[in-house]
Design a protein around this ligand. Structure first.
Ligand SMILES: [Zn+2]
Ligand SMILES: [Zn+2]
Length: 404
């Protein structure tokens, strides 16, 4: 069996991995490079039999809906089946529909043709068997894939962590289903961000609860698809009896509806209290009861902030976007926040990473008892060698083939 990382060995994002036997071939993720990637290849990735030429690939398996894992899906040849999580697919279709209606980009119709995983149910692609398991990540309904062929086992983690809502269950899942792995392909985002403190989503929720009690008017900025953080904020609003307000229904409201319809957990049930969609008609209620407003960097949120200038503004996104020295610096976001601060907002930073901290990466290597570990999705994959992990650590270059 052969493993080849087309892209993503030395950058965060742009991930495309191939697993191939003599007769079968699968691709895991078809990601776009992040504009902030330090070692960006820029040129569009061409893979013979996958993006061009005669179709020669059993399936493309997407781990989750972040653009750096699925952004190039439109380039997959139409004859090749694509797989994704059932709820992830619905959320991604909303993202694509919004892109289409606002920017005339995106392809929700193709997304709707994706096949869906059933958790723990193996899929067969020729002589390659793939079993999908849900994994904890800031994208909802994300998967790791256990790949078996030629009497060998590969575990591809996708992006993961162990400090989100599902984090506590992860060690037991690895222990039960993913032992004695021959090759572990793990994400290593945090290998270059060792100074970042990893708090749990639950700790974040407890902090939010305190902040909501102390402040009458609260705005927050967080990724619209980071469901764990949004659920923590929703629960904090519920406990502190503050109306939960979103800036528009078509996108954010639709995503929360999909999550609610597909969950049995009360934590993710966004129907427990009315979600208000912002409009001037709410000003009376907002002034009287206070509120929690889940904003976006758009005009609607800006107007709402201007109407309630003495507010607390929770910034719940990665702080690299606001760091002028970082390639990921986002000028629009930075200006948006600065204008809120000038208008009277008091800003606090309350965020936790979607990625595994150093200790969590180490833990997965140990629990799975991996013989070989390949780090991907990392700017400093070599750092994995410094962690005292017993496995054989292989640093691949993009396009290099490893035969196992
Ligand atoms: Zn990623
Ligand atoms: Zn991700």
């Amino acid at each position: 069996m052969q493993v080849r990382i087309y892209r993503g060995t030395h950058q965060i994002g742009g991930c495309v991995t191939e697993v191939k036997t003599n007769t079968s071939r699968i691709i895991i993720d078809m990601g776009e490079e992040l504009p902030s990637a330090i070692r960006m290849e820029h040129s569009p990735l061409e893979i013979d039999g996958v993006t061009n030429g005669k179709p020669d690939c059993n399936a493309v398996l997407i781990t989750h809906y972040h653009g750096d894992h699925v952004g190039m899906f439109e380039r997959i040849l139409p004859q090749i089946p694509v797989y994704m999580g059932k709820v992830a697919k619905q959320i991604f279709a909303v993202v694509q529909s919004t892109l289409k209606s606002k920017l005339n980009k995106g392809n929700p119709d193709k997304v709707r043709t994706f096949n869906e995983y059933i958790i723990g149910k193996p899929l067969s692609f020729g002589d390659i068997k793939v079993t999908p398991f849900t994994i904890d990540h800031s994208a909802f309904d994300a998967y790791m894939l256990l790949i078996e062929a030629d009497s060998k086992k590969i575990l591809h983690t996708g992006d993961f962590r162990m400090h989100g809502a599902r984090g506590g269950k992860m060690p037991a899942v690895f222990e039960k289903y993913c032992k004695d792995i021959d090759v572990l392909i793990t994400e290593g985002t945090m290998l270059s961000r060792t100074d970042e403190k990893v708090v749990t989503e639950h700790e974040l929720g407890a902090q939010a609860d305190k902040l909501l009690r102390k402040n009458k008017y609260v705005f927050a900025l967080c990724s619209s698809t980071n469901i764990d953080t949004i659920a923590e904020l929703y629960n904090a609003a519920l406990k502190t009896d503050k109306p939960f307000i979103i800036c528009e229904n078509e996108f954010q409201g639709e995503i929360l509806k999909i999550v609610t319809q597909n969950t049995t957990s009360s934590f993710y049930d966004f129907n427990r209290r009315k979600i208000y969609v912002y409009g001037k008609n709410l000003h009376g209620l907002m002034a009287e009861k206070g509120f929690f407003f889940l904003g976006r960097t758009n005009n609607v949120t800006q107007k709402a902030i201007a109407n309630f200038p003495n507010n607390l503004f929770i910034y719940s996104m990665w702080n690299g976007y606001l760091d002028k020295r970082h390639p990921a610096f986002d000028e629009y976001k930075n200006d948006f926040i600065n204008s809120a601060i000038h208008g009277g907002s008091k800003m606090v930073y309350l965020h936790t990473s979607g990625h595994a901290g150093i200790d969590e990466i180490k833990k997965v290597c140990e629990i799975t008892n991996a013989k070989t570990v390949i780090p991907i999705h990392s700017e400093k994959p070599e750092m994995l060698k410094e962690l005292g992990i017993k496995s054989n650590i292989v640093i691949l270059q993009d396009n290099e083939i490893l035969t196992i």
